[in-house]
Design a protein around this ligand. Sequence first.
Ligand SMILES: [Zn+2]
Length: 315
Amino acid sequence: MLSYATENYPFNFHPRCAHIKLCHLMFADDLLLFCKGDKASIMTLLRAFSTFSKSSGLKMSPGNSNAYFNGMVSANKEEILSVSVCTPKKEGGLGLKNIQQCNIAAVGKLVWWVYAKPDKLWVQWISHVYLKGTPWTDYRPTADSSWSWRKICQGKEELKQGFNQGIWYVNPTEYRIRNGYNLMRTAKPKVEWFHLVWHNCAVPKHRFIAWLVHMNALNTRHKLKRIGVSDSSLCCICEKEEETIQHLFFDCEYSRKVMGRQRNACRLEYKFHRPENNANEIRRMMTDRCLHLIKAPIHRTDANWLKKICQNEGA
Ligand SMILES: [Zn+2]
């Protein structure tokens, strides 16, 4: 699948691996992916990975994954790292919109008008002054074209996948900016912990911290010392062990006491071990409880809902 992706999509091999076309190494359940540090290559690898996850059901654990960059311009690095922030919350991001892609998607509306609304006055003017009979799909702007016209043409190139495949061109459905935006981004598999982290009843600050924990991005002392920001890497509560995410939330003496009290208050039998296991375990427990409590005949819609949860649990 990776070989197919590297041959058929924009991809540049890592400079030292290009001559043998090497893009990955595998050992047991560990996988190392590498490529040249450009956005197109990284997107190609992620897309292949996403396809693999959808077809096999095996998912990458962001908490146990790391990204290493070397010799890259910091602007490119920030752009690549912002990908996880600018993905929907259901897919593990922060749900922010990528402003650059939003802008291109908005320009896509003008591109679609040139395709689909020849009666508009400005489209007639464009056809007469710029296109001059050239099909819109093949048209390239000349060097003396205005800045705004060149930007519209650039937007056409960015969204050409949608227009060429006839999603908006042949199909009479009107172009929607949201659809254009979604076309440009790579969809990721839904994360299990979405409802647990982004629950409406949770305090916003706690939601954000929980998200950082699941993304393995919380600035613990262990991490801060490694990058030279903190002098000590010991836990700020017990000052006995290294302050890692695992220690801070699960292994620390204090955290264990808090967890124990919570467990007793909620009458939970499960012992929390790692952040990535909790979402599944809590859902399983709640499903069991619902099924146990509801003994009387229930409405078909409720029964279907419970059945769906149980199926998801088994998947
Ligand atoms: Zn501690």
